[in-house]
Design a protein around this ligand. Structure first.
Ligand SMILES: Cc1cc2nc3c(=O)[nH]c(=O)nc-3n(C[C@H](O)[C@H](O)[C@H](O)COP(=O)(O)OP(=O)(O)OC[C@H]3O[C@@H](n4cnc5c(N)ncnc54)[C@H](O)[C@@H]3O)c2cc1C
Length: 507
C-alpha cells in the first residue's frame, strides 16, 4: 500500500490530532513544528490565541477521545473542570439572569495550553510519531502541477541552526493554522488556488488572566463557576459594554480568564481600561467578580478572528498527497468555539478513510474533501447565521441587505427564545445542545417541526402567563442560585432544590 511516511506540518491541536490517526496507518509520522514545545502547559509563540478562553465542544471532545483514548480523563486529572453549564454557569441573557436548571450537556473547562499539553502527552506515547521541534516548514515539492497525475511529494524545511532539508512523504498534512502558506507554495509550483470563502465580522477579543479568591473568601452568592453575559437587545442609549459578549471563564488551578468580545467595537487593551470596561458590562456581578480576583497577566487583545474557508473541494484537480485540516483550511470567528472541534472531526474523517481505502490516489483525496466539506458545512453555517448580520462585515460571504437586516433583527431574539424554551422543553434543549456541539446542523434544526412547535408553544404560554420556570432575574443583582430542576410552578417551590448559597427566589 506504500504507506511509509506521513509528514504533518504544525504541532498544534490539528497537527497532533492528525498525527494520532496517521500513527495507525503509516510506518512513521513526522511532525514538523517551528516552536520548541514546552513539557508543561505554557504559552508559546506559534499559538498566540492560547491567551483567550477555549471552549471544547462535545463533538470535539468525543472526536479527540476517539483518537486518543483517555483524553478526557487525562484533561480532568490535569485540572480540567467537568461542569454542567446549565447548573454551574450563570447566564445573563436579554431577560436577565437565566434560571438555573439541570440540562443534558456537560463540558470540560480548561486553558487552551492544558488541552495542548495533554494532547502532546498522548502523542508522545505513540512510538510511530516523531515530533521535530524548532523546524520551520518553508515549502512543498510537487510534480505534475494541476494535472490528474500531479501530486505533492514532500516538504522543505529549515532547522533552528539554519540547515535546509527535504523530507519525502507519501502523505503531507497541512496543519499550519490560519497563516498557512501552503496555497502560496502550491501556486508557485503551478497549482490553481482554491476559491476562498471569507467573512470578517470585525470581532475583537480582549482577555486577562486572574487568580480566584480562595473559596472561603468568596461571597455566599458566588455559587457559579462560569459567567456569560450576552449582548443586550436594548436599542436605546446604553454603554457600549452592554453590547459585549463577556465571559468569566474558569480554568485549572483556581484561575479564570476574564474575556470581553465584541463585533465591531474597539476593545480595551490596557489594564485600567480593561477593568473599567468590566465594571460597565451589563451585569454588575461581572465587574465585581473581576475586581475580587488578583490579576495574573497583562491584557491580551486579538483581531485575528475572521471566518475563512479555503475550498479545496471546489478544485477540478486537487493535489494528491496533501490534506489540509484545522484552521489552515477553515478558520472561524472564535465566538462559536468551533475551531478545535472541527479540526478533530476532520482528523477522524481522515482516519476512517485511511482505514477503508487502499490507496492515496485521486479517489481518496476526492472522498476526503467531500466528507470534510460536509463536516465543515455544519460549523460554517452557524458562524454565518450570526456574522452575516453586521453591516460592517467584509468578505465574499457578505449577505444581501435584506438578509443582513433579517439576521440582525432575528438572530439574537431566536437565540433567546431557544434558551428560554429549553428550560421547559427537553426536546428543544437537547436539539439545540446538539447544534451548539456540532452534532446536528442548523439546517436539520431549521427543518424540524417538533423543534419549532416547542418554540411556538412556549411563546404562546409566555403570552398567556402560563410558563412554568421564571424567564429571568434582575441583572443588577447577583445571579440567583435557586435550582429549578423539577420545578413545576410556585406550589412546587419547596420541591425545587436550592443552589449552594443561592438566593431563594420569589416565584
Ligand atoms: C481568540 C481565539 C479564541 C478561540 N477560541 C476557541 C474556542 O473557544 N474553541 C475552539 O475550539 N477554538 C477556538 N479558537 C480556534 C482554535 O484556536 C483553533 O481552531 C485551533 O487552535 C486549531 O488550530 P490549528 O492546529 O489548525 O492551528 P494553530 O493552533 O494556529 O497551530 C498552528 C501550528 O503551526 C505552527 N507553524 C506555523 N507555521 C509554521 C511553519 N512554517 N513551520 C512549522 N510550524 C509552523 C505553529 O507554531 C502552531 O503550532 C480560537 C481562536 C482564537 C483566535
Amino acid at each position: 500500500m506504500g504507506r511509509k511516511t506521513a509528514v504533518v506540518l504544525g504541532g498544534s491541536v490539528a497537527g497532533l490530532c492528525a498525527a494520532g490517526v496517521l500513527a495507525r496507518h503509516f510506518d512513521e509520522v513526522i511532525v514538523l513544528e517551528r516552536d520548541l514545545l514546552p513539557q508543561d502547559a505554557e504559552h508559546r509563540r506559534g499559538v498566540p490565541q492560547s491567551k483567550h478562553p477555549h471552549f471544547l465542544l462535545n463533538s470535539g471532545r468525543r472526536a479527540i477521545g476517539a483518537i486518543f483514548p483517555g483524553f478526557e480523563e487525562a484533561l480532568i486529572a490535569a485540572g480540567g473542570l467537568h461542569l454542567m453549564p446549565s447548573m454551574d454557569a450563570a447566564y445573563c441573557e436579554n431577560d436577565g439572569w437565566a434560571p438555573r436548571k439541570s440540562g443534558s450537556m456537560t463540558m470540560v473547562y480548561s486553558s487552551r495550553m492544558l488541552i495542548e499539553r495533554v494532547l502532546r502527552d498522548k502523542v508522545r506515547e505513540l512510538p510511530a510519531i516523531e515530533i521535530r521541534e524548532g523546524v520551520t516548514v518553508t515549502g512543498l515539492r510537487s510534480t505534475g502541477a494541476g494535472t490528474t497525475r500531479g501530486r505533492v511529494d514532500g516538504v522543505e524545511y529549515r532547522t533552528a541552526g539554519d540547515d535546509e532539508g527535504y523530507l519525502a512523504a507519501d502523505l503531507v498534512v497541512d496543519a499550519l493554522g490560519r497563516g498557512s502558506s501552503v496555497v502560496d507554495w502550491l501556486g508557485a509550483a503551478g497549482w490553481s488556488a482554491p476559491p476562498e470563502k471569507t467573512l470578517d465580522a470585525k470581532v475583537t477579543y480582549t482577555s486577562r488572566w486572574y487568580d480566584l479568591p480562595r473559596a472561603d473568601r468568596r461571597p455566599e452568592s458566588w455559587w457559579w463557576k462560569h459567567l456569560v453575559i450576552t449582548p443586550t437587545q436594548d436599542t436605546g442609549d446604553h454603554p457600549e459594554e452592554h453590547e459585549f459578549l463577556s465571559n468569566f471563564f474558569p480554568i485549572e488551578g483556581d484561575r479564570a480568564i476574564v474575556c470581553m468580545g465584541s463585533w465591531g467595537i474597539e476593545m480595551p487593551r490596557k489594564a485600567d481600561a480593561f477593568e473599567a470596561g468590566a465594571d460597565r458590562v451589563r451585569a454588575a456581578t461581572f465587574g465585581r467578580a473581576t475586581r475580587a480576583c488578583t490579576p495574573a497577566s497583562p491584557v491580551h487583545l486579538t483581531r485575528a478572528t475572521g471566518n475563512k474557508w479555503r475550498r479545496f473541494d471546489l478544485l477540478d484537480v486537487p493535489p494528491v498527497g496533501l490534506v489540509c485540516i484545522g484552521d489552515s483550511i477553515c478558520a472561524f470567528n472564535p465566538f462559536y468555539a468551533q475551531g478545535m472541534s472541527s479540526a478533530a472531526r476532520s482528523a477522524l474523517i481522515l482516519g476512517e478513510l485511511l482505514g477503508s481505502r487502499d490507496t492515496l490516489g485521486p479517489a481518496f483525496v476526492r472522498e476526503f474533501l467531500d466528507r470534510q466539506k460536509k463536516s465543515l458545512d455544519v460549523p460554517w453555517m452557524l458562524a454565518m447565521a450570526r456574522d452575516q448580520a453586521y453591516d460592517f462585515a467584509t468578505g465574499s460571504e457578505v449577505a444581501a441587505p435584506w438578509r443582513r437586516k433579517l439576521a440582525a433583527r432575528m438572530s439574537w431574539p431566536i437565540f433567546n427564545a431557544i434558551n428560554a424554551t429549553s428550560r421547559e422543553d427537553a426536546y428543544v434543549e437537547q436539539t439545540f445542545a446538539k447544534v451548539f456541539n456540532l452534532d446536528k446542523s442548523l439546517r436539520e434544526m431549521a427543518a424540524d417541526p417538533r423543534f419549532w412547535f416547542g418554540i411556538v408553544r412556549y411563546k404562546v404560554r409566555q403570552r398567556l402567563g402560563r410558563t412554568v420556570v421564571p424567564g429571568g432575574f434582575d441583572d443588577q443583582r447577583d445571579p440567583p442560585g435557586t435550582d429549578f430542576t423539577g420545578y413545576t410552578g410556585p406550589e412546587s417551590a419547596s420541591s425545587a432544590g436550592t443552589g449552594r448559597g443561592g438566593d431563594r427566589v420569589d416565584v
